[in-house]
Design a protein around this ligand. Structure first.
Ligand code: UDP
Length: 472
């Protein structure tokens, strides 16, 4: 994956002077300490999901600091991704598809990673650092160590308390982690007790305020983007095309789309207040639960409120075989709704063929939302929460995983303590919909929280410290 460098100083504009100076020192230090080495990152997908999102911008800043950081994406076949999806669910503590993790699965996992290893190992030099991301890549560690590289494995998923499912996943992965020198987890609670704790670093994720996903947009741009994407409708016929800036700096316009909503003829009106969840079509994100909570309580909600459940076009995310099923389940539930209720619920498959355009559409949708929901049953961190908070939107989210590190209940968002309690979710929505002052206060506090804790300068500093310690 080619990544254009970005100057880390760009972030400094948002920071208080001491923090901006600290960032400048981090960049300078990284350049010196890592000179002559490549910092490789390996993950399973170039687009779709939080890991790809974060790599894209962090690696750009690291390159901008003068470090030779590179990104490789694994190749795998459908059975491999079905297996790694199973591991992903198990690490979150849920049974997933219930399939086996036996000798046949192990053999296939190793075979796919052996093929990948052969494709990359000759590019990696002794002394390089390799950051392997998530279960898909764990099986590369031994081969890369043997080639003389320093190997870090980062898990972006986890669960606060282990259970039989997490135990199964770790039993499968543990042999592959023996050669790993350093481990990164998003929360201390996710670290399995058998890992040598002195080799573990906790690094929460971060967002980049300047990407298409998060850059500032005017109200006019937001409306124009959503109209072009067919996600809202107004009475006027034609509207002017909206410009946006691509990752590589080129200007472009948001294309006109007609089939993004499952019921394209019934987009929500432009002036409707939207309750929005943006997620992959993953059972653990519980899109269906949001739909159920909203529709069961639709009569208690003001009449101008609509629900939008938006996820990537299901054919567009290659390591996510479950997506089509989850979307189909949501569509089936939606079809069964009474017509008056159905017209207030909208399912969107956001185009994935152009990742910058996808990002600007997500950005506009999050900004246009009155409330953003993240009703995950479990969550590694929840970048969608961070993104919405950064945009000053009040967030209602389950008190699971890293969401608890972001939202302080009642101050920087509203937490739903039991993620399966549909009534609790509906009550939190009702509260915010009835009280715009509260919504505004929570939105503003959420943005400050992200500024304090979840921007890239903190993340870069932690990465640089860790890699430098490793290679020194
Ligand atoms: N996302 C996106 N387009 C979509 C759906 C999701 O770009 O159609 C992004 C979303 O904005 C966020 C990431 O995918 O940046 C999801 O990260 P999160 O940590 O919330 O969950 P994950 O998918 O990693 O479990």
């Amino acid at each position: 994956m080619w990544i254009d460098p970005l100057p880390p100083e760009r972030l400094a504009a948002l920071l208080v002077p001491e923090r901006a100076e600290q960032l400048r020192r981090t960049a300078e230090h990284a350049r010196e300490a890592l000179a002559g080495r490549v910092v490789w990152n390996v993950n399973a997908t170039a687009q779709g999901g939080g890991v790809a999102e974060m790599l894209q911008s962090l690696l750009a800043y690291i390159r901008g600091a003068g470090v030779d950081a590179r990104w490789l994406v694994l190749r795998g076949d459908p059975p491999f991704f079905t297996l790694t999806k199973r591991l992903h669910h198990l690490l979150h503590g849920s049974p997933g598809d219930g399939g086996p993790l036996g000798d046949a699965e192990r053999a296939h996992y190793e075979e796919v990673l052996q093929d990948n290893l052969e494709a990359i190992v000759h590019e990696v030099s002794p002394g390089d650092a390799v950051l392997l991301h998530d279960p898909q890549t764990a099986g590369l560690a031994a081969g890369l160590r043997a080639a003389g590289a320093h190997v870090v494995w980062r898990s972006h998923v986890g669960r606060d308390e282990d259970n039989e499912h997490t135990d199964r996943a770790w039993e499968f992965l543990r042999p592959y982690l023996a050669d790993v020198e350093r481990f990164i987890f998003s929360r201390a609670q996710y670290v399995p007790e058998w890992l040598p704790q002195d080799r573990v670093t906790v690094i929460p994720p971060s967002i980049d305020p300047f990407t298409a996903k998060n850059q500032e947009l005017t109200g006019e741009q937001v409306r124009g983007i959503l109209l072009s994407a067919g996600l809202v409708r107004d009475g006027a016929g034609e509207h002017p095309p909206v410009e946006f800036t691509r990752r590589d700096g080129r200007p472009d316009v948001v294309g006109r789309h007609t089939g993004v909503l499952v019921d394209a003829a019934a987009a929500p009106p432009l002036d409707a207040r939207l309750v929005v969840q943006v997620s992959r079509w993953d059972r653990l994100k519980d899109m269906a639960g949001v739909l159920e909570a909203f529709t069961r309580h639709v009569d208690d909600l003001p009449g101008d409120v609509h629900l939008v459940l938006a996820g990537p076009e299901v054919s567009g995310v290659s390591d996510d075989p479950e997506g089509a099923e989850v979307l189909a389940d949501c569509i089936a539930r939606w079809r069964r709704l009474e017509p008056a209720c159905r017209e207030r619920v909208h399912l969107a498959e956001l185009p994935m063929d152009d990742i910058d355009e996808n990002a600007i559409i997500v950005n506009a949708l999050q900004r246009h939302a009155y409330v953003v929901v993240q009703k995950s049953l479990v969550e590694g961190f929840g970048l969608t929460v961070t993104e919405a908070m950064w945009k000053g939107r009040p967030v209602v989210a389950s008190a699971v995983g890293g969401i608890q590190d972001q939202i302080e209940d009642g101050r920087t968002g509203l937490l739903v303590h039991d993620p399966t309690d549909l009534d609790e979710l509906a009550r939190a929505l009702e509260r915010l919909l009835a009280d715009r002052d509260l919504a505004d206060r929570i939105g503003a506090a959420g943005r400050r929280r992200v500024l304090d804790a979840f921007l890239g300068d903190r993340h870069l500093r932690q990465y640089v410290t860790l890699i430098e310690e490793l290679v020194r």
